[in-house]
Each structure stands twice: as C-alpha cells, then as structure tokens.
Design a protein around this ligand. Structure first.
Ligand code: THU
Length: 160
C-alpha cells in the first residue's frame, strides 16, 4: 500500500483587492449575467463569464425548469454556449458569482460536481489550465486550474 496525497493551492483576495484587472472585468460580467438568471424555484441567481483565447467573453446565468433536473447551472450554460459559438477557441478563464435577493453572496459559490467535470473537459480540450475565479462579497478565490477543484477527473474512455 502506498499512502498518497494531493494538495491544492489557491489565492484569496479580500474584497477583491489585488485581483487582476481582466479577471475583475470577468467577475463583473458574471455579476451582470446573474441578473438574467431564471431561478423561480431556488431563488439562487448565479452568473458565470468565460474568457476565450480569441478575446471574446461569453456570460450566462442559471436557467431552471419546473421539471427540476432539466435546468442548468450558469457555468455549463456559459461553457457550452462558448464552445458552440466559438468552437475553435479555447477557454482561458471562468468567473462565477451568485446572488440572493439582489445581494451578492458573502462567500464564494463553488461550481457543482457536474460543472467541474465539464470544465475539466474544456481544459483538456484547450491543453492548458483554465483559471477559475469564484467571487464572494467578502472575498474571492482563484485557482490556476480546474484540477484544483477536481483532481480526479473522469477521463478513462478508450482513446480513439
Ligand atoms: N447553480 C449554478 O448555477 N451554479 C453553481 O455553481 C451551483 C448551483 C444553480 C443551479 C440551480 O439553478 C440553483 O443554482 C440552485 O442550486
């Protein structure tokens, strides 16, 4: 038996102080996108903004449905739309933020497991890390790669 361990590192910015200006812009786009959220069931409004290698920013929000599982998180709406719209571009960064009753949540809202898997595949497609910026009212956290949030990614289908 070998005992193994994985460690992750991330940055934390109190009140967004010191956040890179392009990342701040991405976070603001995510905050704006959260206003377009359709979340009558959870009242949890999430915004995500994706920065692409071609310079485009694609922003989106969570979209719910009366048949609950049919809804989709903001991150996946943004990532899938970005790939559908710009299939040749790769994802460089994603910013995520959430609000309730118009107030940004105090602490960061981490992407759910399914979104992490989708982001991991985007990262594999790109062949380089996707920066993840998760904004809260009190502090924002930043990971250099989605691997920090999903170190063991499903990636075991036979290669063709
Ligand atoms: N949600 C997101 O859009 N992103 C996350 O990272 C977590 C959860 C959405 C899904 C659902 O519409 C609502 O938030 C409550 O779970």
């Amino acid at each position: 038996m070998n005992q193994k361990s994985i460690s992750i590192s991330y940055k934390e910015y109190t009140l967004n102080e010191g956040l890179d200006s392009r990342d701040m812009e991405l976070l603001e786009r995510a905050q704006l996108a959260a206003k377009g959220s359709y979340a009558p069931y959870s009242n949890f409004n999430v915004g995500a903004a994706v920065r692409l290698s071609n310079g485009e920013i694609v922003a989106a929000s969570n979209q719910e449905n009366a048949a609950y599982p049919s809804g989709l998180c903001a991150e996946r709406v943004a990532i899938f739309y970005a790939h559908a719209r710009f299939p040749e571009a790769s994802v460089e960064a994603i910013a995520v933020t959430a609000s309730v009753d118009g107030h940004i949540c105090e602490t960061p809202t981490y992407p759910c497991g399914a979104c992490r898997q989708v982001l991991a595949e985007s990262e594999m497609r790109a062949g380089k890390p996707i920066k993840v910026i998760i904004g809260g009212e009190k502090f924002t956290q930043e990971m250099e790669s989605i691997r920090s949030l999903l170190p063991f990614t499903f990636d075991n289908l036979p290669k063709r």
